[in-house]
Design a protein around this ligand. Structure first.
Ligand code: MG
Length: 275
């Protein structure tokens, strides 16, 4: 009776601690495993010097806007030089008719992106017409919707929740609303894993996205359903690499501004997986 009680006690303790009831034993005759068996020394991760301050570009970043010029950007419509306004180290949407969206000259696959944006302090309007812009994580062509991470004033502005700041437009409600007041700078830090396609154009693996909004996770490895359409259901269309695009939405009040934009190439290196 006492032995049974002790056994029960051991079983209960083991379950409470989450311990396996029996340690895994090597097959009879096999050499005992060593800690070295699961330790690898190559490839050595490249040295990256982090930014001097939080949000500053690390040494391997491609700087897309550092306050000086739009050399890395073109018009999304016709790839002529981008005509947004650069002044005082800030990039501001140009609302002139015909200017429209801008996108990067370079194309990207998997990447880490940092971008800062500011809604003007005297913003007017409501719902989607209040500080609307967007970061298109892949701008796959002039006729495509692309993949939009929404930019909007949602400090005190109600709209459909899958269209507020931090949403993957009309697909993913942000996990929180950490929006700052209009007039204050805000940040997005994004990890984008591009979709992969088979040679016949069918989807092989979907896109995934993780987004920090002002340092708060708002998208956690969300499985993207396709392009972010205004009307209709999302669908995928094959592409390999694509520019990053910023949206000129055309609100009536003062336009938005951006600063400190950089990206790091994250194209997956399979040699990093354990053999
Ligand atoms: Mg938008």
């Amino acid at each position: 009776m006492r032995i049974d009680s002790l056994k029960l006690l051991a079983l209960a303790s083991s379950m409470a601690l989450g311990l396996p009831l029996m340690a895994q034993q090597p097959a009879t005759g096999a050499p005992a495993p060593k800690h070295q068996d699961t330790e690898v020394y190559e490839p050595v991760p490249p040295i990256v010097t982090p930014g001097a301050t939080v949000g500053a570009p690390p040494s391997d970043a491609i700087v897309l806007f550092d306050g000086r010029n739009l050399d890395e950007w073109v018009s999304a419509q016709d790839h002529t030089p981008a005509k947004w306004i650069v002044a005082d180290g800030i990039l501001t949407v140009n609302k002139e008719k015909g200017v429209g969206n801008i996108e990067t000259k370079r194309s990207f696959k998997d990447y880490q992106l940092h971008i800062e944006w500011r809604i003007p302090s005297n913003i007017e309007g409501s719902d989607q017409a209040r500080g609307n812009s967007g970061v298109f994580l892949a701008s796959t062509g002039p006729g495509d919707a692309g993949y939009e991470l929404q930019v909007l004033d949602n400090y005190n502005n109600k709209t459909y929740v899958n269209g507020q700041a931090g949403s993957i437009y009309k697909q993913a409600i942000p996990l929180a609303n950490p929006a700052r007041k209009p007039g204050e700078w805000q940040s997005y830090d994004v990890v984008w894993t591009a979709p992969r396609f088979n040679s016949d154009g069918s989807l092989k693996t979907p896109a995934y996205v993780t987004v920090f909004f002002n340092g708060v996770v708002v998208q956690n490895h969300f499985q993207v359903q396709g392009q972010t359409l205004y009307i209709g259901k999302p669908f995928y269309k094959a592409y390999d690499k694509a520019p990053i695009k910023l949206q000129a939405h055309g609100d009536k009040s003062e336009p938005l501004s951006f600063r400190n934009i950089w990206v790091r190439d994250l194209t997956f290196d399979p040699s990093y997986t354990l053999k």
